[in-house]
Design a protein around this ligand. Sequence first.
Ligand SMILES: NC(=O)c1ccc[n+]([C@@H]2O[C@H](COP(=O)([O-])OP(=O)(O)OC[C@H]3O[C@@H](n4cnc5c(N)ncnc54)[C@H](OP(=O)(O)O)[C@@H]3O)[C@@H](O)[C@H]2O)c1
Length: 305
Amino acid sequence: MRQRTICVIGGTGFVGRHLLLRLSQAGYRSRVPLSQPSRHRDLRLIPGCEPVVLTGWDEAGLSEVLTGCDGLVNLAGILNEGAGRAFEQTHVGLVEHATRAAKRAGVTTYLQMSALNADPAAASEYLRSKGRGEAQALAAASPDLRVTLFRPSLIFGPGDHLFNRFAAVLRLWAGPLPLACAGARFAPVHVGDVSEAMLRVLADPGRQGQVYELCGPRVWTLGEMFEWTARRLGRRLRILSLEDRLARLQARIFERLPGRLFTLDNYHSLQVDSLCGTDGLARLGIAPADVELVVPPDLGSMPRF
Ligand SMILES: NC(=O)c1ccc[n+]([C@@H]2O[C@H](COP(=O)([O-])OP(=O)(O)OC[C@H]3O[C@@H](n4cnc5c(N)ncnc54)[C@H](OP(=O)(O)O)[C@@H]3O)[C@@H](O)[C@H]2O)c1
């Protein structure tokens, strides 16, 4: 049987790398458009993965990369603007180019990574642009292009931007931790379950053309996740939960610092709990992994694969 080829936009990121490995294990070939090949030479180590240098991320450029592909997964996303990348361009403009390119290249299956609470009317521009991106993708849906959306809570796993980032903060910070939005709630979902969900949708046209919310089995507050990370690092942590005015002030200060650890837009995202209304993993027959069972004790020192 012919091997199916899946193009993964955003394949160089945390979720993308896990998905590429799972695609390879499942017998797919993959193609990854990227701008800076020298930063991602290790992708060639994944059997069946073909990095393709792309300079023009428009319909014409993308349709060339997509020629011969059976499916397209769009994982491109940013949490903060900067380094020449903007929310509108990444979460909306790229979706328009990618869906048009998919149709031009005859690709019939399109999967898009969005986020829980994505909504054109949300308070944060991250979530508003994700919401506009969903609308853009759904508007492109047709009998020739089945569009499936994934809306995860926070995603954890080796190389994540979650527990690894908390561990990095805690290694730099010795005393009680002043934390904004400490009570914000999430249901962190394992990157292996997210990848498996995408695999199952790619394999079964009957599961395409739907929206899947993806959550882990347990609800955590932001404060609990920091405390848990501290315990894993062998530390006891006292959290100073910042009241609203100080939380905004912290965001205004931190967004001006290098690394933009916390921004006002992040603050707005955290005003809404990131919890699932429907269980997308259960609909796909996947039992979700728990943080306690799979986050390694050597946080922050995990290789990218
Ligand atoms: N991680 C989470 O907890 C979480 C939770 C909810 C939703 N999501 C969504 O899941 C997706 C993957 O997240 P992640 O954690 O894997 O993020 P990540 O590690 O930061 O990777 C993001 C990927 O998107 C690419 N990208 C960003 N802006 C782009 C642009 N304008 N044009 C082309 N490519 C662009 C990056 O390419 P470069 O290598 O060139 O930078 C990278 O491959 C994102 O859409 C994110 O919003 C993630």
